[in-house]
Design a protein around this ligand. Structure first.
Ligand code: GDP
Ligand code: MG
Length: 448
């Protein structure tokens, strides 16, 4: 994943006060690769990388974050910015029905979306009408009828003669769209969703038809539906539709597949239009409002590492950090008091289990995580608190009779005390290594 790659890039960077241009270049190169892997269009990647580099240059290294985390944070903020920050809602008409027109290539997911959108609107108390203005393909009208039935929504399809999937509907799609809107007005539907035809590739005739429909019905929203799997073609398709129908919002479909969502970034970046919805399956409920932050972390393939970064930043205790840093520099012995302090840091960041769950790769160790018990930290803390101040700074004196006393005091077994002593000895060794080599930027407890 990107976070792994960045961690590698930064292995040798720890302890630096400021990132050099070469450091940043190395990281930006990794980010560029990650974006290309996510199928973000090449020119978009180039522009994005330049923006990140500019922001990263001259940044102070933060107290709470190591350099890779810091750049990931910048990248994430930039991504969210391009993806629109806030979710944009449908603009509802104040007078008469809200008119929503769907546009996009054939197979993009328009008709499926018509069902989902109408189902979703209906569940919010609206009374949508679906209008079948795709007269291009045999079965297009029937498909919309099926979709409407599933959503429990009325379909306006005045196409006599369409009785089987092999019949090509006849008629004028512009007229049908207009009649559909009039029907909605007459029957007091508060939303009309007009499904239109698409072709396999962008073509002038199709675009003209879409434009004619748009001009005839003057929609409140023109939603451009694009298949998230489309990859590098996203930019050209989006630009053509933006120019052709000047859409007002984007719907990303087929996000349930393994597409990493690069199309989202490409489309948002080149058109500046908001992504409003995500389509995530063939079912009528597989649909949600678009969340820029989730998409940003999907594109970067980083689990919830970003949440982790935010929490680390929010809870980082500078005084404690400085104290630990000084200890490392002076190569002082790591004591049980330090151990306690680190546990406090962990507690401040929330549940240890939750933190572990958010690490990239957590899915693979789900089993172990499920067995992880946050109460373990309580037990450990109880043991340490049963030690005398002298024992805490000089653990070597903790012999058998002292262990028995500590066990009794903290309500655990002697073998549990023994286990902790062993683990503590290991931690001490690790701290020595850290002190000798590099001061990791992760908050204290995480180094354990
Ligand atoms: P249209 O030509 O733009 O109207 O596209 P359709 O709505 O007919 O969809 C084309 C195909 O993609 C159909 O087989 C749909 O079932 C499928 N499809 C549409 N949206 C999604 C989605 O979000 N996820 C998945 N997995 N399939 C989808
Ligand atoms: Mg269709």
């Amino acid at each position: 994943s990107l976070s792994d790659r960045l961690t590698n890039t930064f292995k040798n960077l720890r302890g630096k006060g400021r990132l050099t241009e070469a450091d940043i270049d190395a990281t930006v190169r990794e980010i560029r690769r990650a974006l290309l892997d996510a199928d973000v269009a090449v020119p978009v990647v180039r522009e994005f990388a330049a923006a990140v580099k500019e922001r990263a240059l001259g940044q102070e290294v933060s107290e709470a974050l190591n350099p890779s985390q810091q750049i990931v944070k910048i990248v994430n903020e930039e991504l969210k910015g391009i993806l629109g920050g806030e979710t944009r809602r449908i603009r509802m008409s104040k007078t008469g029905p809200t008119i929503i027109m769907l546009a996009g290539l054939q197979g993009a997911g328009k008709t499926t979306l018509a069902g989902k959108l109408s189902y979703w609107l209906k569940s919010q108390g609206h009374t949508p009408l679906l209008v079948a203005s795709d007269l291009q393909r045999p079965n297009a009208v029937n498909q919309l009828k099926v979709v409407g039935e599933r959503a429990g929504v009325r379909v306006f399809a005045p196409h006599p003669g369409v009785t089987s999937e092999f019949d090509t509907p006849t008629g004028n799609p512009v007229q049908v769209a207009q009649d559909g809107v009039n029907e909605a007005r007459a029957k007091l539907h508060d939303v009309v969703i007009v499904d239109t035809a698409g072709r396999l590739g962008v073509d002038a005739e199709l675009m003209q038809q879409a434009r004619d429909i748009r001009d005839a019905i003057e929609p409140n929203e023109v939603l451009f539906v694009i298949d998230a799997m489309i990859g590098q073609d996203a930019v050209n398709t989006a630009l053509a539709f933006n120019e052709g129908v000047d859409f007002t919002g984007v719907v990303l479909s087929k996000l349930d597949g393994d597409a990493r969502g690069g199309a989202a970034l490409s489309v948002a970046s080149v058109t500046g239009k908001p992504i409003m919805f995500a389509s995530t399956g063939e079912g009528v409920k597989d649909f949600e409002q678009f969340h820029p932050d989730r998409m940003a972390s999907r594109i970067l393939d980083m689990g919830d590492v970003l949440t982790l970064i935010e929490q680390a930043e929010a809870s980082w205790d500078k005084t404690e950090a400085d104290r630990m840093a000084k200890k490392f520099m002076d190569q002082e012995e790591f004591t049980f008091d330090d151990f306690l302090a680190q546990m406090q840091q962990i507690r401040k960041m929330g549940s240890m289990k939750k933190l572990l769950m958010m690490m990239p790769g957590a899915a693979q160790i789900r089993q172990q995580l499920d067995n992880f018990d946050d109460k373990e930290i309580d037990r450990v803390e109880a043991i340490v608190r049963s030690m005398t101040p002298h024992e805490r700074v000089a653990p070597k004196i903790i012999n058998g009779s002292r262990r028995a006393r500590i066990a009794k005091g903290s309500g655990v077994t002697v073998s549990e005390v023994n286990q902790l002593m062993e683990r503590f000895a290991q931690a001490q060794k690790m701290m020595k290594k850290l002190a000798a080599g590099n001061m990791a930027g992760m908050p204290g407890g995480m180094q354990m």
